[in-house]
Design a protein around this ligand. Structure first.
Ligand code: BGC
Length: 879
């Protein structure tokens, strides 16, 4: 028997731009000066492809084919005799989690994608990439499965939090910096998920139906920008189909566009379990399948070669790409992979805090309730997210952070007056995990797991483990090497309640599972049929009420196996066993009136800070949200209404990765959108609340008034496994502009504790040609009393075009930091990409002759300046 102890660890000239409104292209050229450096392109380590080619030439056919599938869940296969090491991948994107999904090696948790995007700060994104490279190396990995660049097509998208924006340019530019940062330290980026993967509902089988223009102009665009500007060494194909063909075997997107038009020279890997054929997938250019599986490749690929359905050329091309990734990240380093380690550094902590504070977006600040004076303000901190760590969304982006900072603690650390706290309400989707109340057989916190080979609990216990969490997600961490493909396991833990009462225990199971309480069968899910949302393939959550005495333990024992459930899936998927797991939750009976407590706390304070939102259960990979309302059942809306009535000086802080409805928006003077900010969430929030940091976040995604106003409302999430991207080019602000619907808060919106004035923009020339970009220069002045940063957004409006185009599109942005009264000039380059659209009748990108307006804006609905230029002769291009 083996015993595995799971890790338990703890040149400016202000006068040059008078502030007057102009709409002209006659500004004198003298105001213009050339910008500094050209776009930086990270150079890949020298000659990786030719080394890969030399290695390829030495491999047998079997060896070659063996490289086209992963060796295990995270690694590629090594061939030591030929000097080919294995490389290891790790999720991604807001940290480097390492090999274990729940309770693995502790890792730095950065703000999630949308929060990073809210900074609009390219310099910070580069720094984040660099720090993530160090974190990836500390997990002994070479490839980070990030960044996620899918579009925010609909506010309910389960993974919106993980990706950047509804705008492809903002996404592509920020992703490029992130990738450059990562790869500057020789860790490969894996830009994902390629492509048209905007929803989680039926994500493995949904067919995204879309026209060529939106495909090019919106969904492929971030990939295109990143490949041009940062050359990510890997691309991950998505799970879905695109216009009838799965992404891993889609020769239009992978072969014609990615490899063909864009000349991509990196490696394409499948999403986990996202290979759907043998021949088509290899031929289309999905080089390596993850994770290990014998379903599509190996013998089947060899047979296809034998039968001439795959050529040696097909195999060689894919293997060469895999070897190139190995060369780029590890060369011939055959040393043994080191164990994962922690690397909890001060400078990473400081960066996370800085990036977190820069992402916080001040949506509203009527009467300047913020910033708070820590010396004089009596603060009440209220709400379900105040006294717990909401660090990230759920799914593969989640990790075990080095530490968490909790808003209530961080606020208390700064405030000089007493801070009162009230939870206000519950919002759990599932009962909270039982772990904080649990000890294992040896009396240590956690759960004992005893594993058996085979699914009948027979013979001796083969492996014993201790796990810290009662969220026993076993997808990637069952000790299969010792057990074989079929297993059974018994999880035992002792639960002590703090209070005496009628408490609730919940249980959900992935495979067959039974929960016994003190030896009595309490919940039998052996043959469950109703699918839930947790744990990807789990049942719904079942509850049982138990009378408990304070401090007196009860024994919880779960028997489970990895047989596939519901049984009907066995036939459908042609398999009997997959992965198992279970989740045990616990909640003590309520003994207080939460709402009344909150109202009392708000009344007694000068300012009430209500921290609400979603969490990793409500917003996660694996499923989409069902509604834009704050969960659950209106509890948070009622709380906010009651608090603001008790104290009009109320600040609402919303933590979510995507928009939520705000029926109380007009009653509340101040609203902060705080996203999910990783391990420094509490500190970053306190920094902004007390004015230690002046907020400068701007929305990377529109906040609509109602779900019914949103672009994909009628086409979400599709039917019969097809989803029509019927809104075409009009997602995000492109839709609100065109439909003339006023959003709640527009794209690009975000306030500051200071004010900014925009000067008169000037252009370096009045005519744009293919080879001669135009440079725009403009002064920005801080006209308020405190230092702050402003992001200037540049949109282009095409006055007249052959095909319909959005009213305006973001083409550039620049963030500038200014002391009070300071003026700086920003410089922005406008090239063919700023004016082009995709004309599929050519087919190519086209810049049409005519006039283009440059709209200089503080948000999509706050246009401050405008100026025009021309394209005199139409021209086209492909990349
Ligand atoms: C996700 C990917 C992730 C992979 C590995 C998949 O389910 O879609 O984004 O990188 O799992 O965890």
């Amino acid at each position: 028997m083996e015993y595995i102890e799971e890790q338990r660890s703890e040149g400016t000239d202000p006068s040059a731009s008078p502030f007057e409104s102009v709409d002209t292209n006659t500004t004198p050229d003298t105001e213009y000066s050339l910008p500094g450096s050209p776009i930086s392109k990270p150079s890949p380590p020298n000659d990786c492809r030719s080394v890969a080619r030399q290695k390829l030439a030495q491999l047998t056919l079997e060896e070659k084919v063996s490289l086209l599938t992963a060796a295990d869940f995270w690694r590629t296969k090594s061939i030591p005799s030929k000097g080919v090491p294995a490389i290891k991948t790790s999720d991604g994107p807001n940290g480097a989690r390492g090999g274990i999904f729940v309770g693995g090696t502790k890792a730095a948790q950065f703000p999630c994608g949308v929060s990073l995007a809210a900074t609009w700060n390219k310099r910070l994104l580069y720094a984040v990439g660099q720090h993530l490279a160090d974190e990836t190396k500390a997990r002994s990995a070479n490839v980070l499965l990030a960044p996620t660049v899918c579009m925010h097509r609909h506010p309910l998208g389960g993974r919106n939090f993980e990706s950047f924006s509804e705008d492809p340019l903002l996404t592509g530019k920020l992703a490029s910096k992130y990738i450059q940062g990562l790869q500057s330290k020789r860790v490969a980026a894996t830009i994902k998920h390629f492509v048209a993967n905007e929803q989680e509902t039926h994500r493995l089988t949904i067919d995204s139906l879309l026209m060529e223009r939106p495909l090019r102009e919106l969904y492929l665009r971030p990939f295109e920008i990143a490949i041009r500007e940062a050359n990510p060494w890997a691309v991950m194909s998505s799970y879905n189909l695109i216009n009838g063909t799965h992404a891993d075997m889609n020769s239009h997107t992978l072969k014609d566009i990615l490899r063909g038009e864009w000349g991509y020279d990196g490696t394409v890997m499948s999403d986990w379990g996202g290979v759907n054929s043998t021949v088509e997938s290899i031929k289309a250019g999905c080089d390596i399948e993850f994770p290990f599986s014998s379903k599509w490749r190996f013998e089947k690929a060899l047979k296809a070669v034998e039968e001439g359905r795959l050529t040696m050329g097909d195999i060689n091309a894919a293997v060469e790409n895999v070897l190139t990734l190995v060369e780029r990240t590890k060369s011939g380093d055959m040393s043994i992979e080191e164990a994962e380690r922690e690397d909890n550094r001060e400078e990473t902590r400081a960066l996370i805090r800085e990036v977190g504070a820069e992402g916080i977006t001040l949506l509203k600040n009527r009467g300047q309730v913020l910033p708070l004076d820590p010396n004089t303000t009596r603060v009440a901190v209220i709400g379900p997210n105040s006294n717990r760590a909401i660090a990230g969304g759920g799914g593969s982006a989640s990790l075990n952070p080095y530490y968490n900072t909790i808003p209530l603690d961080s606020i208390r650390a700064v405030a000089q007056r007493e801070v009162v706290y009230a939870q206000g309400c519950h919002i759990h989707k599932w009962l909270p995990v039982a772990s904080p109340f649990c000890t294992d057989k040896s009396g240590e916190p956690g759960v004992t797991l005893e594993w058996y080979s085979g699914d009948r609990f027979q013979g001796d216990v083969a492996v014993t483990q201790t796990r810290t969490n009662t969220d026993l997600f076993l997808w990637d961490s069952a000790p299969l090497a010792q057990l074989g493909p079929e297993w059974s396991a018994v999880a035992t833990t002792y639960l002590r309640s703090r209070a005496t009462g009628k408490h609730t225990i919940s249980f959900m199971s992935v495979g067959p599972g039974r929960l016994y309480i003190d030896g009595e069968l309490a919940l039998d899910l052996w043959d469950w049929t109703e699918e839930g949302e947790a744990m990807f393939d789990g049942s719904i959550d079942y509850m049982v009420e138990v009378e408990m005495q304070a401090g007196k333990p009860i024994e919880l024992r779960v028997e489970m196996t990895n047989e596939l459930r519901p049984i009907s899936k066995q036939k459908a998927f042609n398999m009997t066993h997959k992965y198992g797991g279970c989740r045990i939750g616990f909640k003590e009976e309520d003994q207080v009136d939460y709402l009344q407590q909150a109202v009392d706390a708000a009344r007694a304070a000068d300012v009430a800070i209500v921290i609400v939102g979603l969490d990793a259960e409500w917003e996660s990979e694996g499923y989409d949200r069902k509604t834009m309302d704050l969960p659950s059942d209106g509890s948070q809306d009622r709380l906010i209404e009651a608090v603001v009535e008790a104290n009009p000086r109320t600040v609402v802080v919303n933590q979510s990765g995507s928009p939520v409805s705000m029926p109380w928006v007009d009653k509340v003077p101040t609203i902060l959108q705080a996203w999910y900010q990783g391990q420094e969430a509490g500190n970053a929030l306190a920094d902004v609340l007390f004015g230690r940091q002046n907020p400068s976040g701007k929305l990377p995604t529109t906040f609509p008034r109602r779900l019914e106003d949103t672009p994909a409302y009628h086409n979400w999430p599709g039917e019969n496994l097809r989803v029509l991207y019927g809104e075409g080019l009009y997602i995000g602000y492109r839709h609100y502009d065109r439909s003339k619907i006023a959003p709640l808060f527009p794209f690009g919106h975000g306030l500051s504790y200071t004010t900014f004035e925009y000067g008169r923009p000037s252009l370096s020339r009045k005519v744009l040609t293919e080879s001669a970009p135009i440079h725009l220069v403009m002064a920005v002045t801080n006209t308020g009393a405190v230092a702050g940063s402003e992001t200037v957004q540049i949109y282009i409006r095409d006055d007249k075009s052959r095909l319909p185009r959005p009213e305006k599109e973001l083409v550039a942005f620049e963030k500038v930091f200014l002391e009070p009264d300071e003026t700086k000039h920003i410089t922005v380059s406008l090239d063919k990409y700023a004016v082009g659209y995709y004309d599929d009748s050519v087919p190519a990108w086209i810049a049409e002759e005519g006039t283009f307006k440059v709209l200089v804006a503080a948000s999509a609905t706050d246009i401050r300046r405008s100026i025009a230029f021309e394209v005199r002769e139409s021209f086209t291009w492909t990349f």
